[in-house]
Design a binder for this molecule. Structure first.
Ligand code: WTA
Length: 655
């Protein structure tokens, strides 16, 4: 574990004045920041902060008796004794005054637009929860979902929450094999999918991919298909049609309220091993984190049209497309399709058309828009925008400033939000009211959260010194465990550095207390804001017949932030090197999915290793970045490998 990250240090730009800040709103937040200082030392004040938020922001069927308790072996309980229903919080509680307000506006790549009010969404969710119930789904079950960005996906999630069944949403870019691993790990009885989804003018046949994933699976009893008439698929005996099920089912229900710690969903993410982990989030704490952060970071108002561009298959989509904004009674916008399709400007066109006011996206998307030139956004009316957000990877100051100038037109603050699947909700971010912002810095931890930058022993690092980003006190929206593997959860997050939550990120804090994120410090890559495990990719590569050994590293990329660079040792080629490279790419696509397809594949004779046999990735990283080998070379087993690595440049088949 080293604090040295792949990322070049971000420059610490000067403060810029926040155009959104007024004396009134900034005073409120200065007070919050002021209070925060006291929470570090006083558990009582810390808990009292969360008590007040839980009372103000959530609807409770019955109130809790204990704000926070930690049981042995890192089992955390928030709001014990309380009962609530997450779906009720996102729907029913808005019905008395917002039943005719739009809850969701969806646009598909082909231009189709669909709008539903809170009342309509509520009805559909009640229906679908009855569908699941009639199929025997209970609060003990996991419902897997492999669906497009759509209203129907939101319905499934809220119906599961209503019923108390955990959902497991799988990003539609994952392959059949990845779906199979996830279904097997959580023993899902049911999977909900669609015939297909739009992807750059073509249809990705989701149902066919699900069929492949079910080969050899023993747990799934039924597949529900939302048939949109996009693509034909094979009909199997255990297939059920969404429309028929929804038509037949009744609208009545007896809603049940669940314990605060009742599991809400599990979501698989990559870690530093070859196997994705299913992080489990529970009801009350998760919802509180999502509700609080979206309300204040995006300063949600009744007339907002809010758009978070993340796919719902990632945590950002869970917390900031679905749960956070709906719990606040906002109108959310969903787009199913590729960003610049059919031509650049699609995003700006939708912002203009739907009058989006809060826009939350990823640096990789912004970098792509930058490469298309400023003329494109300038030709649209973006005056509805009020706040811009960024998430998923460090945002370089120049990208931040481009976003601020050309999209926000110097009117909208950019909130750079740092968080993780594990944290459930945003942890470090500016609040939109603060007087000043620093381009490239995620600013400071949010109220109620105690972060720090430390060394391996947990000692706080000095100003402007790189260290590990940790969280010193538990918080309500944190993941509670890894599904079926609590030991891995404890080891991964709570034992790496004594007494604190280990994030796996490097960071430093400047003289003003602003945090600067520096990328992962473990074997996780961040490609276009998507987390990918190097181990997972390596095992995919070595499962290809002629690959004997593989090592994967990241190299900086202008658009995707990091790009995947693979080194492979092969026993025989048997085809041209070009063919081998394209077959390997195809193989990774099949094993993991399109998001993990490497950008560069380099065929080498051997990998550089230490005498104890550990691959020296930093040397591979040097090579991938076109640098000469640096650092201590004394531990290398065979120096000749470096020469052969340099020679292998001739075989470096960049594609
Ligand atoms: C990275 C996404 C810098 C980080 C919400 C983290 C960021 C990982 C930022 C989590 C940011 C996320 N600045 N880095 N604003 N936001 N990251 O679980 O390395 O998909 O650990 O959650 O993304 O990725 P995940």
């Amino acid at each position: 574990m080293s604090t040295k990250s792949n990322f070049k240090s971000l420059t610490q730009d000067k403060f810029i004045q926040n155009p959104y800040s007024t004396d009134d709103n900034s005073a409120f937040f200065s007070q919050w920041r002021q209070d925060q200082k006291e929470w570090h030392d006083s558990n009582e004040k810390f808990e009292s902060f969360w008590r007040v938020q839980a009372e103000r922001l959530l609807h409770w069927k019955s109130k809790w008796h204990t704000v926070f308790a930690e049981k042995e072996n890192h089992k955390f309980n928030w709001f014990s004794g309380g009962k609530l229903n997450v779906s009720y919080n996102c729907l029913d509680r808005h019905l008395h005054d917002k039943s005719d307000k739009l809850a969701v506006i969806c646009e598909s790549e082909d231009g189709t637009v669909e709008k539903v009010t809170y009342r309509q969404l509520h009805q559909q969710v009640v229906r679908f929860s009855n569908v699941l119930k009639n199929l025997g789904i209970t609060s003990e079950d996991v419902v897997s979902v492999y669906m497009p960005m759509s209203l129907e996906l939101v319905i499934v999630m809220l119906a599961c929450a209503r019923l108390g069944a955990m959902h497991n949403v799988i990003f539609p870019g994952f392959s059949a094999e990845s779906i199979r691993d996830r279904l097997n790990d959580c023993s899902s009885k049911i999977i909900v999918t669609a015939d297909g989804t739009w992807r750059k003018g073509k249809v990705l046949p989701l149902k066919n991919i699900v069929d492949k994933s079910l080969v050899g699976n023993k747990s799934v009893e039924n597949v529900i298909i939302w048939d949109r008439g996009l693509v034909s698929y094979r009909k199997n005996l255990n297939d059920l049609d969404w429309h028929q099920l929804m038509q037949k089912v009744c609208l009545e229900e007896n809603i049940r309220f669940w314990d605060s710690e009742h599991p809400l969903f599990l979501l698989y993410t990559s870690g530093s091993t070859g196997k994705p982990k299913g992080l489990v989030h529970t009801s009350a704490g998760y919802l509180l984190g999502a509700t609080l952060s979206s309300r204040y970071i995006f300063d949600l108002h009744p007339d907002d049209i809010y758009w978070c561009t993340a796919d719902i298959g990632w945590i950002t989509g869970h917390s900031y497309v679905v749960y956070g904004p709906l719990s606040n009674g906002s109108t959310i916008f969903l787009y199913e399709g590729a960003p610049s399709f059919p031509k650049p400007g699609r995003f700006w066109n939708m912002i203009e058309k739907h009058k989006i006011s809060k826009f939350y996206t990823a640096p990789t998307a912004i970098r792509m828009f930058m490469s298309e030139g400023v003329k494109i956004p300038h030709s649209y009316d973006l005056s509805s925008l009020k706040i811009l957000g960024s998430v998923g990877e460090p945002i370089n100051p120049d990208v931040w400033l481009w976003f601020f100038h050309h999209i926000g037109q110097k009117r909208c603050p950019v909130v750079d939000t740092w968080w993780q699947t594990e944290t459930g909700s945003i942890m470090i971010s500016p609040l939109p009211f603060e007087k000043t912002l620093k381009p490239g810095s995620a600013s400071k931890p949010l109220p109620g959260l105690i972060c720090d930058i430390v060394d391996e022993k947990g000692n706080t690092k000095g100003t402007n010194t790189e260290g590990f980003l940790v969280v010193r006190k538990p918080w309500p929206s944190m993941a509670r465990t890894i599904y079926n593997n609590h030991d891995r959860f404890v080891e991964q997050y709570w034992q790496k550095i004594p007494g604190v939550y280990f994030t796996g990120d490097g960071a430093k804090r400047d003289e003003d207390g602003f945090y600067w994120l520096l990328g992962r410090v473990d074997d996780v890559l961040n490609v276009s804001g998507h987390r990918l495990s190097t181990m997972e990719m390596e095992s995919a590569l070595v499962s290809y017949p002629s690959v004997v050994e593989a090592a994967v590293v990241g190299r900086p990329d202008d658009i995707t932030g990091e790009a995947i660079f693979c080194f492979v040792v092969i026993d025989k080629i048997g085809c041209t090197a070009d063919d081998l490279v394209s077959s390997l790419k195809q193989h990774v696509r099949k094993k993991i999915g399109a998001i993990a397809v490497p950008k560069d594949i380099c065929i080498v004779e051997q990998l550089p290793k230490t005498r104890s046999g550990k691959i020296m990735r930093r040397l591979l990283r040097d090579h991938a970045c076109g640098r000469s080998f640096s650092g201590d070379l004394s531990t290398i087993e065979d120096r000749a490998v470096l020469k052969s690595l340099q020679k292998s440049k001739t075989l470096d088949l960049r594609v």
